[in-house]
Design a protein around this ligand. Structure first.
Ligand SMILES: Nc1ccn([C@@H]2O[C@H](COP(=O)(O)OP(=O)(O)OP(=O)(O)O)[C@@H](O)[C@H]2O)c(=O)n1
Ligand SMILES: C[C@](O)(CO)[C@H](O)COP(=O)(O)O
Length: 241
């Protein structure tokens, strides 16, 4: 079965306040987009990619795409519109129950082992799944004046990360329905939930950071360096054993 990968990279990165969209900022000598695609390719070398870019994108370098089979797709106004456009381009080729995995270009630190764990969770899974992390802090609900209204119970609260992976037909129906009913969805799982279905939460690493604010770029560089150190240590231990 083909694994279809959608990478939304058509955002403007307004919160990042940089001179270019954040997916084109440099991270350890390569663009954020190149780093993200590299990780996905390491885990899923045979996947078929739809790379979603702003139609007016001036920064994209096709050399940054390591996949053999890929297509550029124009992005939409919102992330959900971008993903919806990519799904439309799959209509001719994808089978209704093929898995479609969506991963933010802005998440270059996703661990390869987490990508494989997510893929493993799809066995015997009818709906789909996403990487997520349980909320670790005490959660406060703010009032309009910026004061605490109350403390939200933390039990069962998770941060939704990406990748998020769903059956092709289901995801297309869910995003179409969200658009038709005006439900604003910030991730794929929300659209599936709006259909009354319950995607599986797969615990992933907390370092799967979405680069969003200016300080996140340096943090992502530190995460990548640390992950490389951990990989070298593991290799050394394997060689000595
Ligand atoms: N119309 C859009 C909006 C977002 N994205 C992508 O969706 C991912 C997550 O979105 P976000 O972090 O919100 O990125 P931006 O929209 O670029 O950031 P901002 O909201 O700060 O402008 C990013 O990889 C971004 O490029 C997209 O493809 N199309
Ligand atoms: C999809 C996502 O990365 C899950 O955490 C997130 O919802 C996208 O972020 P945005 O800032 O709402 O676009």
């Amino acid at each position: 079965m083909t694994l279809w990968l959608i990478v939304p990279a058509a955002g403007r990165g307004q919160r990042m306040q940089a001179d270019r969209p954040k997916q084109y900022l440099m991270l350890q000598g390569k663009s954020v987009l190149a780093r993200t695609l590299e990780r996905l390719h390491q885990a899923f070398p045979d996947a078929v990619l739809r790379l979603c870019l702003d139609p007016d994108d001036e920064h994209f370098d096709p050399e940054d795409v390591p996949f053999d089979h890929w297509l550029r797709v124009g992005g939409g106004d919102e992330r959900a519109d971008t993903v919806g456009r990519a799904l439309t381009t799959l209509a001719e080729e994808a089978a209704s129950d093929d898995w479609v995995m969506v991963h933010d270009a802005a998440r270059p630190c996703v661990r390869i082992e987490d990508l494989r764990t997510l893929q493993g969770a799809l066995e015997d899974e009818a709906i789909g799944a996403l990487l997520a992390t349980p909320a670790a802090d005490t959660m406060k609900r703010a009032d309009a004046g910026g004061r605490i209204s109350h403390t939200e119970p933390r039990d069962g609260l998770w941060h939704a990360l990406t990748p998020q992976v769903f059956r092709f037909d289901l995801l297309r129906q869910a995003l179409d329905a969200a658009r038709a009913t005006g439900v604003r969805v910030t991730d794929e799982a929300s659209a599936i939930e709006a259909m009354g279905l319950a995607p599986r939460l797969v615990a992933g690493s907390r370092d799967n950071l979405k680069i969003t604010h200016p300080e996140d770029l340096a943090m992502a560089a530190r995460i990548l360096a640390l992950q490389a150190e951990i990989a070298v240590d593991a290799l050394d231990q394997g060689v000595e054993a």
